[in-house]
Ligand binder design. Structure first.
Ligand SMILES: NC(=O)c1ccc[n+]([C@@H]2O[C@H](COP(=O)([O-])OP(=O)(O)OC[C@H]3O[C@@H](n4cnc5c(N)ncnc54)[C@H](OP(=O)(O)O)[C@@H]3O)[C@@H](O)[C@H]2O)c1
Length: 348
């Protein structure tokens, strides 16, 4: 038996072109029945990632053509299954990374992308660690492989990825120096990090005072000229994990050029015979070997969700908005005032 007989309508938020957050549109359409390998997922929580801030400017590295429905990840419940899909999935709760499409009440989704969410974790809490949790986990444990007793620097420690990375590192017994605006310093201390003001002209001297022997890893999503300072903070054996270019978001011109320049620079540093390494973390790397990619993603997200269920991680929800107010959610996320993740939930 499959569950495709009921027609589902969905409400979704559309990014029609390069617009201000207020230019997002809310549409309703009929959702086709799920095909083989697919299910219908009813959204219970999605969220705003930095990617949507870049996408609305046409500045995301892998920019989707306009118009499209944004929404990088989702937590929801399966309401219908495709012809060859186990109907027992209906009623169960899952998380998935979609890159786009999750700012929707319902969506068609490949069943192979679904990762179970443990009971006892709310959907909004789970949502804070889907793309953010996988990114933070993989950078810490797969890219940099920092061990207990090490010291790291997390730039933008108040953000969605940043707050998750701080918590995962502290849980591993790693000392964390986190950069953020002073308004977030008390919260960062509560998460166990030593905060430093990212606008302090003496920022890097201040970090060197805190870690005079250098650090084991720097996690840098800012790029731009400051990446050289991040590189200089490393001790021998240390790793620079670069994973974004926030500094160039508002620059005109080709959206890929700043990233390509950054990666070329990292490669040059990496090849220097100086006992340090530099790499770019890309969430989507290895996607061509889809089964391996999905297996790793599932393993890492399951580990992070388990830590959330066990109370090791505390979900950092900055604010919640109903789907029809996605433009307000994006405006807030872009205000550069929030700590943690801005969450979008279904309309009442
Ligand atoms: N490579 C990958 O595969 C991958 C995967 C996921 C995420 N990312 C990157 O990870 C970063 C964080 O993503 P997120 O979703 O966690 O974002 P978020 O919650 O919006 O947090 C963004 C963080 O960056 C800081 N920031 C924003 N604009 C900045 C600028 N121009 N210069 C310096 N700092 C700036 C913010 O500080 P304020 O709050 O003070 O503005 C905040 O700490 C993004 O750059 C994103 O592109 C990369």
């Amino acid at each position: 038996m499959n569950h495709t007989a009921v027609t589902t309508h969905t409400t979704e938020v559309v990014l029609p072109g390069k617009v201000e957050p207020s230019g997002l549109q809310v549409h309703t359409r009929e959702l086709p029945a799920p095909a083989a390998g697919q299910a219908v997922l009813r959204m219970e929580a999605t969220g705003v990632s930095f990617a949507e801030q870049q996408m609305r400017l046409g500045k995301y590295y892998d920019q989707p053509p306009f118009p499209f429905v944004p929404g990088y990840d989702v937590v929801g419940t399966v309401t219908a299954t495709g012809p060859d899909v186990d109907p027992a999935l209906v009623g169960r709760r899952f998380a998935a990374v979609t890159k786009i499409g999750s700012w929707a009440a319902h969506q068609l989704i490949d069943v192979a992308d679904l990762v179970p969410v443990p009971d006892g974790v709310t959907s909004a809490d789970a949502e804070t660690v889907v793309v953010n949790g996988i990114t933070a986990w993989q950078m810490l444990h797969r890219s940099a492989q920092v061990r207990s007793g090490g010291t790291i620097v997390v730039l933008g420690a108040n953000g969605g990825v940043g707050t998750t990375l701080v918590q995962l590192a502290r849980h591993t017994g790693i000392t964390v120096i986190g950069t953020a605006a002073p308004r977030h310093h008390a919260a960062l201390r509560e998460l166990g990090a030593t905060p430093v003001d990212y606008r302090d002209p003496d920022l890097y001297r201040r970090i060197r005072e805190l870690a005079p022997d250098g650090v084991d890893a720097v996690f840098d999503h800012v790029g731009g000229a400051g990446i050289a300072e991040s590189w200089r903070l490393l001790r021998r054996g240390g790793t620079l994990v670069s994973y974004g270019s926030a500094a160039t978001k508002d620059e005109g011109g080709n959206s890929r050029l700043p990233m390509l320049k950054l990666v070329a620079r990292l490669l040059r540093w990496h090849l220097l015979p100086n006992g340090r390494s530099a790499r770019f973390y890309n969430f989507w790397a290895g996607r061509r070997r889809i089964d391996t990619f999905r297996g790793r993603l599932r393993e890492d997200l399951t580990a992070v969700l388990g830590l959330l269920a066990d109370g090791v991680l505390t979900a950092q929800v900055a604010a919640r908005f109903p789907l029809s107010e996605a433009s307000s959610a994006l405006t807030l996320a872009e205000s550069r005032t929030v700590a943690g993740k801005v969450i979008i939930v279904p309309d009442a």
